[in-house]
Design a protein around this ligand. Structure first.
Ligand code: TXA
Ligand code: MG
Length: 323
């Protein structure tokens, strides 16, 4: 699917123009870049699935800029989820809400709920405020691959396939939104992400984590293999384990706790030991080594199991899974 001379620019008017014509534009958010289309136009939404090679059983998140607009697309907004919306939007939180007939079934893969999020990025907020429709946008990567955290990552896969990438610089959070919904009276997390479980629980009390399912993925972000580079990925619990592996010139390293001795092909994600900084650089480090023809294996140190480290370890496990 070629045919566009892909523009990479921060021109919001141009982005609005293409989206209004039913074309795709990659947009920056604080989590990862999205591949956006008019969510209320099925023909436009179908282009997302075709371009990403995404199966149609995998529903899309709808992005908007104001809580007040959401009434148009849902049949109700349960109070606990409204409390989360008020506390964390704009931000890295997606809420599953009962949809009404205005949302095309293609967007929700025929499911009764629609995922909605108000992203926290200045350019995309201006864009959303100018449009008369919300934007359906999955992460702007081929299905199953690592999510893009800058405009270059998007163009590496979709150059020539979409008219425009709205360049808003590197993503500050760097991993996807946390997905939350209700089952009866219970609050559920369907995908761990950039918003901490503890922050959610501080507003609404205890929430459960939905067990993974590969046969019927409610959230394919929960698929065992997802967010995966093409190279072999090995996860280690301790940097000592890296020392024999890194002797091979085909092995690269991504670490959190410290750097290994100089000369190794290694990215140290945060010299300050800051998990948030590490998250913002993690996908870029994965893609750096994945695109390096000299490298066959990426060795990654597990993160501490706290705060956003829990979500990072979840992504790590999926990136290293073989099935
Ligand atoms: O941070 C993010 O969430 C980014 C940015 C672009 O907003 N988007 C993103 O989209 O990660 P995507 O499509 O790569 O992952 C969205 C996940 C999918 O696994 C999908 O199955 C789940 O959200 N999801 C979306 N709508 C849903 C629905 N109605 N019911 C259940 N799961 C849903
Ligand atoms: Mg994705």
């Amino acid at each position: 699917m070629q045919g566009f001379n892909t523009l990479i620019s921060d021109d919001v008017d141009q982005a609005a123009y293409w989206l209004s014509k039913g074309e795709l534009v990659a947009i920056p958010t604080e989590t990862v870049y999205g591949l956006a289309a008019n969510a209320l136009n099925s023909l436009a939404v179908r282009k997302i699935f075709m371009t990403k090679g995404r199966p149609e059983y995998d529903p899309l998140i709808v992005h908007t800029d104001e809580i007040g607009k959401i009434r148009q697309w849902v049949s109700s907004f349960p109070e606990p989820l409204m409390a989360l919306a008020r506390a964390f939007w704009p931000g890295p939180l997606t809420l599953l809400l009962p949809k009404n007939e205005s949302v095309p079934d293609l967007v929700t893969a025929g499911l009764p709920r629609v995922g909605i999020r108000i992203p926290d990025h200045p350019l995309t907020q201006v864009l959303l405020s100018r449009l008369e429709f919300p934007l359906a946008a999955p992460s702007a990567n081929p299905f199953g691959y690592v999510s893009p955290t800058n405009a270059h990552h998007v163009s590496a896969h979709f150059n020539g396939m979409i008219p425009m990438i709205l360049d808003g610089g590197p993503c500050i959070k760097g991993i996807e939104s946390t997905i939350v919904g209700m089952e009866g009276e219970d609050l559920m997390i369907y995908r761990l992400g950039a918003l901490d479980r503890a922050d959610i629980e501080s507003v609404v009390g205890p929430v459960q984590l939905q067990p993974h399912s590969t046969s019927k993925p409610l959230a394919p972000g929960m698929l065992t293999k997802h967010y995966a580079p093409n190279k072999q990925v090995i996860v280690i619990g301790n940097l000592e384990e890296a020392i024999p592996l890194i002797k091979s010139p085909k092995v690269a390293l991504i670490t959190f706790s410290q750097a290994l001795d100089q000369g190794y092909r290694s990215v140290w994600l945060s010299t300050k030991g800051d998990l948030q900084e590490a998250a913002s650089k993690f996908y870029a480090a994965l893609q750096q080594w994945d695109h390096d023809p000299a490298i066959a294996t990426i060795v990654i140190e597990r993160f501490p199991d706290e705060h956003i480290g829990i979500a990072l370890n979840d992504k790590l496990q999926r990136a290293s899974s073989k099935s």
